[in-house]
Design a protein around this ligand. Structure first.
Ligand code: BEZ
Ligand code: FE
Length: 309
């Protein structure tokens, strides 16, 4: 079929009617968004001459992705989660909010309600014989003042790149904790060095990425929510330097400011001091959070999370 068969006014009128914009009832914001998205979709179909076969193939793809609960994976994979971050960064900049640790995507693998510890915690349950990782630092206001009682909610994958809860072979809340900072704003945890996540083989997400000529791998990383009374919630990650996907994350989560140095500790006295008998890795990373300001765009996002059983 040729492209551009339909007059744009016809498309606008159809989209407006389908979105109920000619009806008094309904949700005005939803009508506005649905009307715009429908119009843009119809224009794309017409301009690109998307065939009926292609259209229904796309619908079947999305239906299957829904059945497999994969939208949380597809959204970062097609850059939209990172794009939402870029918009929030810019909105904050325009609201005069500057500084602080940069944000990056949450991803789909957070589980609320991890055990809470004061000051320090061990995240792994001892069953994964990976490289031991100690990570420590301070939560501070951008003025430099330490924040006692801030909560560092941390989660990461195991040495196979899998997350507890989504991986039934791991214990509940393995590699997930909430750590409340001590009186000096400090947190510290012992864990194991994560490996990068890869999209499940055969998943709808992987099929799409392959068809686009892309891979579905993330570099190894550790996720954080940092919250403190009176401060804006920070959603971020650190990436493990040296990972082959460090600057080629399928989910677009890497940011240069979030690649701390990984120290490899081989000195016998230091190893002994932390109660180990083998070398370990250490990362020092401080979080800097900004004060909440009336009217600033929210950083607390209403998002469905999988529930712990
Ligand atoms: C992750 O954080 O591991 C992740 C992020 C986006 C998509 C898939 C996984
Ligand atoms: Fe992750």
């Amino acid at each position: 079929m040729p492209a551009n068969l339909i007059n744009r006014e016809v498309i606008t009128t159809l989209a407006a009617r389908a979105a109920g914009l000619d009806q008094p009832e309904g949700n005005p914001r939803l009508k506005q968004v649905v009307g715009r998205l429908l119009a843009d979709l119809m224009v794309a179909i017409d301009e690109l001459d998307i065939s009926m076969d292609e259209f229904w193939h796309g619908i079947a793809y999305l239906a299957q992705a829904g059945k497999q609960d994969e939208f949380g994976l597809i959204v970062p994979g097609v850059v939209l989660e990172h794009f939402l971050d870029l918009r929030l960064d810019e909105a904050e900049r325009r609201a005069g909010l500057a500084g602080g640790t940069v944000r990056t995507i949450e991803g789909p693998l957070y589980i609320a309600g991890a055990p809470i510890a004061k000051g320090e915690a061990r995240l792994d349950d001892g069953t994964d014989d990976g490289e031991v990782l100690f990570m420590e630092g301070q939560v501070r206001a951008i003025s430099g003042e330490p924040i006692a009682g801030a909560v560092v909610d941390v989660w990461h994958a195991n040495t196979l790149g899998n997350y507890s809860h989504f991986d039934a072979s791991q214990a509940a809340f393995n590699l997930r904790r909430r750590i409340e900072t001590d009186k000096d704003g400090r947190y510290r945890f012992r864990s194991i060095m994560p490996s990068g996540y890869a999209c499940p083989p055969g998943s709808q997400t992987e099929k799409l990425l392959q068809a686009l000529g892309r891979h579905g791998n993330r570099p190894a990383h550790v996720h954080f929510f940092v919250t403190a009374a009176g401060y804006r919630k920070l959603t971020t990650q650190i990436n493990i330097d040296g990972d082959q996907y460090l600057h080629d994350d399928f989910a677009f989560g890497t940011r240069d400011e979030l690649i701390p140095r990984v120290e490899r500790i081989t000195d016998a006295a230091e190893i002994h001091k932390v109660g180990l008998n083998k070398p370990f890795a250490r990362i020092r990373f401080d979080f800097s959070v900004t004060k909440e300001v009336d009217g600033a765009p929210a950083t607390i996002v209403a998002r469905e999370h999988a529930e712990a059983a």
